[in-house]
Ligand binder design. Structure first.
Ligand SMILES: Cc1cc2nc3c(=O)[nH]c(=O)nc-3n(C[C@H](O)[C@H](O)[C@H](O)COP(=O)(O)O)c2cc1C
Length: 451
């Protein structure tokens, strides 16, 4: 490097030009920052508080934030968007209105980003007299405890004497009629529609490949059967989509207005999206989303959807090995994490279950090949068509080795049906302690996507 690299110009025009550029940059940064929803900063007149496991509530909260802040800004007042867990009692005390957009997960549970809020803030009884409140609760009537967390938030607000702007809006499976009631509530409160809502990012995608990768198998006896797993490759039509991250979802919009989420099964960087979809047959009829994607032989079928960020399912923190556990279509969620671990030489132990073994099933063949090639530290398959063992049984059987693996830097990623996930978490808690799991969950070393 020569001295001239650092030579200071004595030319006044150079100084003037530099000052002008610096000024423009500061101005642009300021304008950009003003447009960003201020996630995390919670002191404001209106607090828009979200509780979201897979991002839908967060998206709707962002839209509400845009609507509210546009009006408030014109009045010289402020709105802030915050995940429930970062909201404190003093934030609530300072705000004049509280707008909750909350999902329910598990069996009537709060999403991870609201667990602390429920445990600490909702366990107390702050005086909310005079504060305005609105609630949008997302849920699904197929679950026993419909919108349970939203209802608990509503009861807590009522108990602490907040003034509701309207009855809590409970949304069943993203039903357009339910969402219209929320839209009307915001409009009547004085917040007209936002210029751009999240549907602007819904685009057309072409299904360029569709291959059955696991065989059909008998169902659970509830009338639902699995007609096998399908690996699909989607390409964007007339748009470029590379700005996504591991863990993100493809949100399919069906022609009748329902939304279905599918984990993106490949690593970012490619134009294509890979999905692994189970074709579900319920009383002989294919599922709304899986039917659309898999029950057609149409070449280059075009579907509508968008990529949705799923920040709670990013690669687990920690520099140690990765324990990846999943079953069935949960492979879609696990696969990019396993690929990422292998690409980064992070030792990976994969425990995976599927209903039956068939030598020519491409899905299992891929895992077995990675194991043979030494890319996986261990591979345990629970192929349970004969009544077991299930994934949680393997976890229990391998307790001694798993305890050895799970140190302070180990990451755990878990994806699949809720019952399987909860059974595995219970086994892990038994062998490692609930404290270990809680700590791993709170520090981002344990991440799960259970459905
Ligand atoms: C694993 C899982 C568990 C769920 N449990 C419930 C539930 O107990 N009650 C309910 O009403 N909805 C339940 N739902 C539906 C979600 O609340 C609904 O899909 C919501 O739109 C998700 O919002 P989010 O993306 O912000 O997490 C569950 C969804 C999943 C995936």
């Amino acid at each position: 490097m020569t001295d001239s690299t650092f030579a200071v110009s004595g030319e006044p025009t150079h100084w003037a030009l530099s000052a002008l550029l610096l000024l423009l940059w500061l101005l642009a940064s300021w304008r950009w920052l003003r447009k960003m929803p201020l996630e995390g900063a919670t002191e404001a007149h209106w607090l828009i508080i979200h509780a979201s496991q897979t991002g839908q509530a967060q998206d709707l909260a962002k839209t509400a934030f845009r609507r509210v802040s546009k009006v408030l800004e014109a009045q010289g007042r402020t709105a802030r968007l915050a995940a429930a867990n970062v909201v404190t009692k003093s934030d609530l005390a300072r705000a004049e209105a509280l707008c909750f957009v909350v999902a329910t997960t598990g069996e009537g549970e709060a999403p991870d980003n609201a667990l602390r809020f429920e445990r600490e803030v909702m366990a107390s009884a702050p005086d909310l007299t005079g504060k305005l409140a609105a609630i949008l609760a997302l849920g699904d009537r197929r679950y026993d405890q419909f919108c349970a967390f939203g209802q608990r938030v509503a009861e807590w607000l009522e108990h602490n004497r907040a003034t509701f702007l309207g009855p809590p809006v409970l949304v069943d499976d993203h039903a357009p009629a339910d969402l219209e009631r929320w839209d009307a509530l915001l409009r009547e409160t004085g917040f007209p529609e936002a210029e751009q809502d999240s549907d602007a990012s819904v685009k057309s995608w072409k299904v360029v490949r569709r291959e059955q990768v696991a065989k059909a198998s008998p169902g659970s006896g509830s009338g639902q059967t699995s007609d096998g797993l399908y690996h699909l490759v989607l390409q964007p039509q007339d748009h470029d989509e590379r700005q996504w991250q591991i863990g993100d979802l493809f949100e399919l919009h069906t022609p009748c207005g329902h939304l279905r989420d599918y984990s993106i099964a490949n690593r970012p960087g490619s134009e294509e999206l890979h999905l692994i979809v189970r074709r579900v047959l319920d009383q002989g009829r294919t599922g709304r989303g899986s039917g659309l994607l898999t029950a057609t032989s149409e070449q280059n079928q075009v579907v509508n959807g968008r990529i949705r960020p799923h920040p709670s399912f990013r690669p687990p923190a920690g520099d140690g090995p990765l324990l990846a556990i999943g079953a069935g279509s949960g492979w879609a969620g696990l696969r990019p994490h396993v690929l990422h671990a292998m690409a980064n030489d992070r030792p990976c132990w994969l425990i995976y279950g599927e209903r039956q073994d068939a030598d020519n099933d491409a899905l299992l063949a891929e895992m077995r090949a990675w194991h043979r090639e030494g890319q996986l530290l261990h591979l345990d398959l629970a192929l349970s068509s004969g009544g077991g063992p299930y994934v949680q049984d393997i976890v229990a059987q391998k307790a001694a080795q798993l305890v050895q693996l799970c140190g302070p830097d180990t990451g755990v990623i878990l994806c699949g049906r809720l019952a399987m996930g909860q059974a595995c978490l219970a086994e892990l808690a038994r062998m490692l302690s609930q404290d270990w799991l809680d700590e791993a969950r709170e520090t981002g070393r344990l991440r799960h996507d259970l459905y």
